[in-house]
Design a protein. Structure first.
Length: 635
């Protein structure tokens, strides 16, 4: 065939094929080699400048698997692999002389050496590791030692903990489908799939530093990475995500899924303190925790997304009715006006079918101040409601200090409330929720005392008589309208993003019943609440607004603070696809319209699609087989 007879399309196709053939002719590189090769672009430019040393490095990286003990520290790292030193914004002197980092004059950027000069080196046959630096990048005293525990969970699942307690709890089993390969010269490791042997995760590229309220670490799982609330990282920019649940974001789960050589693998962190994930364009992930608790995560080998999901979390799908529309009303009012509103709503919308009704989001608080006449009105209204739908009662984690009610006093006496202190005294920590002065129940406290408190609440609210089908746990990050985070010198890496995430939730330094400042436990607050409620109300269903991540069945998620709009639907599809992989079933049940906002003519189509999409996400078999489903929504 002469060139004249080749069409444009064929010519292009041929070029692709030729390129592929070219590609196939090249010697096969291992993953490590390809990984290092991807950094050569900049290396080759710099090679012109550092003509003597760098070509040696390049050669070395590409052709052999690096032996970590002989790699010198280099600054010749292409930009998409550069881990910022601190926040990267330092002067040259600060950067090089004080922080032991690399400085790029072209963009005045400070970043870590490769490998970083911040690490821990093994002592005593690696039974523990000592710090190479006395300071972290913020010039705070660094923790002198660390330990690494590698715990076998099952053949596809391993738990890894960097800690500084005294136990050495490493367990390894022969039948594992993974290999955890520790470095000899520093605290770090690679994880391989065993058969075929493929590198899945490496941790030796970035710094490891731990000081009193700062911990920094990094990992790399290949350049196809899913997770956080991004689904798939595009790789064209640095993505930063702070996880400290508040009203801005209470659902993002600290978990990722990688894809390598046809298989998927997953990682889920257990970090209760404020944490930031920086995903660099290379998908190298830098993890920064504002409290130096241990860093611990679970790694699973997949190999399908469905396997990753099941290996990380075991749960059942929610009952079908939970995937149907729920109606909840907002605002405040007395029970008479609420009843009126409810009756008018069902009269106006007699053709709208929905699964549950909360009567009123604020009902629980109203009950604190109801007199007998009002209670009767409420009971009658609930009888009507239950003929039409199920009753989901909204339950807040805050306890109003409403004229020192019995349940408030009991919680205080049992030591279940967060406290604060001034130099002389300790007192119950208070905040503001829905305009009321409230205290915060600490669900991580003594379970026996919590059971006693629930019993008191049950009697006080006469819950048995209420005959509820479940609880809707709203604002359970937990919300505090009054608290604004201010600069605190104890937290070195506290920039604006962290400050806004640490506001509007319980104060970071309120003291929990475990005598710990709250911020160290914050991200597990909803977990504690759900677990304690399930313990005490086994039969009930739970909807939660904060993500809930344990391996047991807990609560199903609902959307909060989100208007029903096409833009939000698009956003929710993306986030719920990722969340459904990593946490409690995220059905993202939208409360499709409160009485004031519900306009059937505008919202029915959008709401129906919203429900269908959420239903489909949960029933999507992640092994990618197609499955049929049916869903029933309102008109
Ligand atoms: C960098 O630091 C300087 C001095 O601390 C500050 O004035 C400037 O706003 C910072 N720049 C950025 C982009 O954060
Ligand atoms: C850390 O310090 C030890 C002992 O001084 C040394 O052998 C090791 O090479 C150092 N490692 C790094 C990464 O600086
Ligand atoms: C990165 O890519 C995504 C999708 O590919 C795009 O939406 C986004 O605008 C890009 N960002 C930049 C900074 O180019
Ligand atoms: C990827 O998988 C194929 C098929 O299992 C195998 O032949 C190949 O060597 C693998 N690549 C790497 C880098 O291990
Ligand atoms: C619900 O009420 C709160 C405060 O009472 C208000 O901030 C919020 O905007 C309301 N939400 C809707 C959807 O009306
Ligand atoms: C019911 O319809 C009437 C008349 O259109 C309207 O005034 C009222 O606000 C509606 N009630 C509710 C709760 O939507
Ligand atoms: C609470 O105390 C205030 C002021 O003493 C009083 O006006 C109000 O009626 C009390 N509420 C209840 C529920 O007793
Ligand atoms: C109960 O409260 C209502 C106000 O909502 C009031 O009108 C009524 O008199 C009260 N009843 C009793 C018995 O105190
Ligand atoms: C609260 O008490 C702790 C010790 O119990 C003390 O270190 C701290 O300074 C006190 N806080 C204030 C604001 O005085
Ligand atoms: C709880 O409800 C039951 C059934 O209506 C009623 O008999 C009982 O008196 C109520 N208890 C309290 C403390 O209000
Ligand atoms: C908690 O931190 C705030 C600033 O965020 C400070 O004003 C307050 O005094 C601190 N409280 C205690 C008990 O240390
Ligand atoms: C906080 O630091 C992160 C990471 O360095 C950065 O992405 C973010 O823009 C910073 N936020 C502010 C408000 O400085």
């Amino acid at each position: 065939m002469s060139e004249d007879h080749v069409t444009f399309v064929e010519r292009n196709r041929r070029t692709e094929q030729e390129e592929e053939e070219e590609e196939n002719k090249k010697p096969r590189l291992t993953r490590w080699q390809r990984f290092y090769k991807s950094r050569i672009t900049l290396l080759s430019i710099i090679a012109i400048i550092f003509a003597i040393t760098v070509p040696v490095l390049v050669f070395y990286f590409v052709l052999t698997r690096p032996d970590r003990s002989v790699i010198p520290h280099t600054c010749a790292i292409s930009s998409e692999f550069r881990i910022p030193c601190g926040d990267g914004n330092l002067t040259e002197t600060e950067c090089r002389n004080e922080r032991f980092c690399c400085f790029d004059f072209t963009d005045e950027y400070c970043y870590h050496f490769l490998p970083s000069k911040y690490g821990y080196y093994p002592v005593d046959d690696a039974s523990y590791y000592r710090n190479n630096r006395t300071h972290d990048v913020f010039m705070n005293n660094a923790n002198p030692y660390l330990r690494l525990a590698v715990q076998y969970v099952n053949e596809n699942k391993v738990k890894i903990i960097l800690h500084y307690s005294n136990e050495d709890s490493t367990t390894i089993e022969e039948n594992a489908n993974y290999i955890v390969d520790r470095y000899e010269d520093t605290l770090g490791f690679d994880i391989y799939r065993k058969d075929p042997e493929i590198l899945l995760l490496t941790t030796g590229l970035g710094p490891l530093m731990v000081s009193e309220n700062y911990l920094e670490w990094s990992f790399y799982m290949g350049n196809t990475l899913f997770g956080l609330d991004e689904l798939l990282f595009s790789g064209n920019e640095t993505y930063s995500k702070v996880i400290y649940k508040n009203r801005i974001d209470h659902t993002t789960v600290p978990a990722f899924m990688g894809y390598t050589n046809g298989s998927y693998h997953g990682i889920a962190f257990d970090i209760a303190g404020p944490v930031e994930f920086l995903v660099l364009p290379s998908r190298l992930v830098s993890v920064r925790v504002l409290s130096s608790e241990q860093i611990s995560f679970t790694f699973v080998t997949g190999p399908t997304p469905k396997d990753v999901q099941q290996q990380l979390y075991e749960f059942d799908l929610p009952p079908r009715w939970m995937l149907q529309p729920h109606i909840c009303r907002n605002g405040t009012g007395d029970i008479n006006s609420i009843t009126e509103e409810y009756l008018s709503f069902i009269a106006n919308n007699s053709d709208v079918e929905y699964a549950t009704d909360c009567l009123h989001q604020n009902l629980h608080y109203l009950m604190y101040t109801m007199n007998d006449t009002e209670r009767e009105v409420m009971d009658t209204t609930l009888d009507i409601l239950r003929q039409n739908s199920k009753f989901i009662m909204t339950l807040y984690p805050q306890v109003p200090n409403e004229n020192e009610t019995e349940i408030y006093i009991t919680a205080e006496e049992l030591g279940l409330l967060y406290t604060s202190n001034d130099s002389q005294t300790t007192f119950v920590h208070s905040g503001v929720h829905l305009g009321k002065e409230v205290a915060f129940l600490d669900y991580a406290g003594d379970t026996g005392y919590i059971d006693t408190w629930f019993e008191t609440m049950l009697n006080w609210l006469n819950l048995t008589q209420l005959d509820i089908d479940g609880f809707s746990l709203r604002d359970n990050w937990p919300d505090d309208e009054a608290f604004e985070m201010e600069w605190a010198e104890q937290l070195p890496y506290l920039n604006g993003t962290f400050m806004s995430h640490m506001s509007h939730t319980i104060a970071w330094n309120a003291t929990s019943s475990l005598q710990q400042p709250h911020f160290r436990l914050h991200n597990n607050y909803a977990n504690g609440q759900v677990e304690m409620l399930r313990r005490n109300f086994e039969e009930l269903a739970f909807l939660t607004t904060s993500s809930y991540t344990t391996t047991t069945n807990g609560a199903y998620a609902q959307v909060q603070n989100m208007n029903t709009s096409w833009t939000n639907l698009r956003r929710v599809i993306k986030t719920s696809l990722t969340h459904s992989l990593f946490s409690n079933p995220f059905i993202f049940i939208p409360v499709c319209g409160s009485t004031s906002g519900y306009k059937p003519e505008n919202q029915d189509i959008l709401c129906s699609r919203w429900y269908i999409s959420q239903y489909a996400v949960q029933h999507q078999d992640t092994s990618l087989k197609t499955k049929t489903f049916s869903v029933h929504v309102g008109t």
